[in-house]
Design a protein around this ligand. Structure first.
Ligand code: CA
Length: 249
């Protein structure tokens, strides 16, 4: 059962980025490019969460929020607000938004807020409907792994594509799905300098619509987990070109 997220956002690049990232995390995604379209889509579907931009042409995000809340007190709504608009945040929260995130946002933070809002809303709905539903026992189907096969390695770093385990000098490292894919790509192409475009195409897919800054952001995340506190550093910046994973520069 995939949770459904409605994204109401008029900037195509941001809407597309949100759509791809949310789909990648396993959500069903609907998009609307204006407040009016957002209300229509909202009425047509069953949504578990709404991501709602405040600055929309025509009907504003605040007005959309007001109208959705008039009918539905429960659906979690996260507002996307401009950085300095304290007024929007306050009126959004007053009108029943569950959370807000300021632009420009870091996608990982936004995804964490989405997970948190969905979790809270699931808890609330279980509490309000006295009956309980069964929860899945997890998806760990096999404990077996072949030590010799399936590992990508560099210095003290090892990563298993099948089990998705990552270790640096024997210390387990937790990566998000996107960070994991990025590290796989770097390891598969180690010692080759990779441009931001190459990385975006390989890790985000060729139809990725956002800009390549996302690569720098994710390199920073992965570097922090994989290189911080370990030697030698493995992920190197090649100024003006891109990135390379190797033991020695
Ligand atoms: Ca906007």
């Amino acid at each position: 059962m995939n949770e459904a997220v409605l994204v109401i956002e008029d900037e195509p690049k941001i809407a597309r980025l949100l759509e791809l990232e949310l789909q990648y995390e396993g959500y069903q995604v609907g998009k609307a490019g204006s407040g009016t379209e957002g209300l229509e889509k909202y009425a047509e579907g069953q949504w578990d969460l709404i991501l709602l931009d405040v600055m929309l042409p025509g009907l504003s995000g605040i007005e959309v929020l007001r109208r959705v809340r008039a009918k539905d007190a429960a659906v979690p709504i996260i507002m996307l607000t401009a950085k300095d608009s304290v007024e929007d945040k306050v009126s959004g929260l007053d009108l029943g938004a569950n959370d807000y995130i300021t632009k420009p946002f870091q996608i990982e933070e936004l995804l964490a807020r989405v997970r948190a809002a969905l979790r809270l809303s699931a808890v609330a709905s279980v509490a309000s409907s006295a009956s309980s539903s069964t929860s899945s026992a997890g998806n760990d189907s096999s404990g077996y792994k072949d030590e010799a096969e399936g590992w990508l390695t560099a210095a003290g770093l090892k990563l298993h594509e099948g089990t998705r385990e990552v270790f640096r000098d024997g210390v387990p490292i937790e990566l998000t799905p996107r960070e994991f894919d990025l590290l796989v790509y770097l390891l598969q192409n180690q010692r080759q300098v990779l441009s931001r475009d190459q990385i975006v195409q390989a890790v985000w897919g060729y139809d990725y619509y956002g800009d390549t800054n996302v690569v720098d952001v994710y390199i920073r995340y992965v570097r922090k987990k994989v290189d911080n506190g370990f030697t030698p550093p493995l992920i190197h910046t090649v100024r003006g070109v891109g990135y390379v994973l190797k033991e020695q520069l």
